[in-house]
Design a protein around this ligand. Sequence first.
Ligand SMILES: Cc1ncc(COP(=O)(O)O)c(C=O)c1O
Length: 408
Amino acid sequence: MTIKSEKEANETGNVKSFLKLADRLSYVPSYIFAKLDKEKQALQNKGIDVIDLSLGSPDLPSPKVVVDECVRAVQDPTNYRYPPFWGQKQFKEAAAAWMNKRFSIQIDAEHEILPLSGSKEGITHLAFAIINPGDLSIVPSPYYPVHARGTLLAGGTVYELPLLEKNKFIPDLDSIPQSVLDKAKLFFISFPNNPTGAICDFEFLEKLTNLCIKNQILLISDLAYSEITFDGFTASSIFQVKGAKDIAIEFHTLSKTYSMAGWRIAFVAGNRKIIEALYEIKTNTDYGVCNIVQASSIKAFSIPSSEHKKNSMIYQERRDVILEELKGLGWNILKPGGAMYIWLPVPKKYKSSLEFSYDLLHTAHVATIPGSSFGTYGEGYVRIALVDKKERLREAALRMKTAGLVYQ
Ligand SMILES: Cc1ncc(COP(=O)(O)O)c(C=O)c1O
């Protein structure tokens, strides 16, 4: 095999023409977010005002106390060296104290918490710590892509458990064949849910935990939207269920809770043995979260819950505005109980969610994500993220009306 010079490679523009890439790249489809982003950018480069409701990247400001602390932390030379592998003690203690206060649960800060460069990173690395080629994960579908892709990249396979509108997008646990339960190593859940906006009750969490205990499956709760809930609902941690810590871990991100998506910080909490396995992978692949980001984020955990309620109210008002507008265009949508998305059924004249998403982008200049990028059961929907002001959401609906993009 001859490896071409960088110049030659750039000229061919196609790495595959000279180098056989890892097979694992073919296990995952290319990230549709990235593809559509390019098309969106091409329109924006032409000076077109695209209303961008694609990524779930909060438009609300990061908390001032965090930003102020960051300004201090960046001047502190002790932050310039590598961060400790296990994470900063103060960050871990603050995260554990927050979980204690918020959910009334005890978490051992030293052994049961690990900071992450985002939940996405942690979930992917977790799969590398648990999944062998051929192993199986149960993933409710539609899913946040990494729930499935981590397993696939590690050489495993995924059982897509359907989230259906008729069941309010809650999985039917009784429908899972025993052969799947016998084989599965991981079971993912994420409520409030991306992309459907569904919420689950405590009884569901209890039933799921007992199922995982009975079948010895590691339960992974991705609680990214715990603090974005509507109409008075409060989300529960999996650890509020008795016995859950024996078989579960839970991911919490500051991306949504504190509008800090660009800072790249999250943490995982729970079963010590599993956290240690993830730590093994991480110590071999990265140095952990930037010291400055960890130090600043500590301040976030003491922000009063009234701030979360305020932010939830902003998303709730946006939800209500867009649902009202979409109703006028023929859509009658199940009200999301949390998270920051509208899960919009595709009009019948379109063959696919991708086709509808393209039409929305090119004729109405509204950027969304086609449901097919969230798994098999995402087809037939597109996802609208509530990441712009009410006026812009109204404008998006108006543009859809003008372009004849209505529900028929
Ligand atoms: C369910 C869910 N988990 C995790 C993430 C990513 O979180 P982070 O920014 O911490 O990587 C997202 C982002 O949209 C999400 O929707």
